[in-house]
Unconditional design. Structure first.
Length: 143
């Protein structure tokens, strides 16, 4: 039986709405203690300088309530919350809401974040130690 297959009788009942599933997405950023890989298991992430944000970024260029990252039926979007230093995606300033895709570099104020996309919690990304060389086929966002 493969991932996502269900055993008879364990799936949702016909005519009953399926509970909204929260997907996990991953963001990477540099920090004072080194690189951080952050997996968010929520549909709406509040980003800002204040410690009560879901992602609190302690940097002067980040507004107290800077942006939100949300999972929508049309994909993952980021919304600038009228911040002073703005939000960019791959170097282009956004106004309001914009979609983000795996491989995008987001700047919250002057702080860069790398958006990985959704991850499978049963098979999270693993570290690969490269001792000689490695060949990778990248996913490159269209600009």
């Amino acid at each position: 039986m493969g991932v996502g297959d269900s055993i008879s009788g364990t799936g949702p009942k016909p005519g009953k709405p399926r509970a909204a599933m929260v997907k996990t997405f991953m963001i990477a950023m540099a920090s004072e203690v080194g690189p951080r890989l952050l997996a968010f298991n929520m549909n709406n992430v509040l980003v800002g300088r204040m410690p009560d944000n879901h992602l609190a970024i302690n940097h002067a260029s980040v507004s107290r309530r800077h942006a939100t990252i949300s999972i929508t039926p049309k994909g993952v979007v980021i919304e600038d919350m009228n911040s002073q230093n703005g939000v960019t995606i791959n170097g282009s300033a956004i106004h309001g809401t914009a979609n983000i895709r795996p491989g995008d570099i987001i700047r919250i104020g002057h702080v860069p974040l790398f958006y990985f996309g959704f991850i499978n919690q049963q098979r999270p990304p693993e570290q690969e130690l490269v001792e000689n060389s490695i060949q990778i086929t990248p996913i490159v966002p269209t600009l």
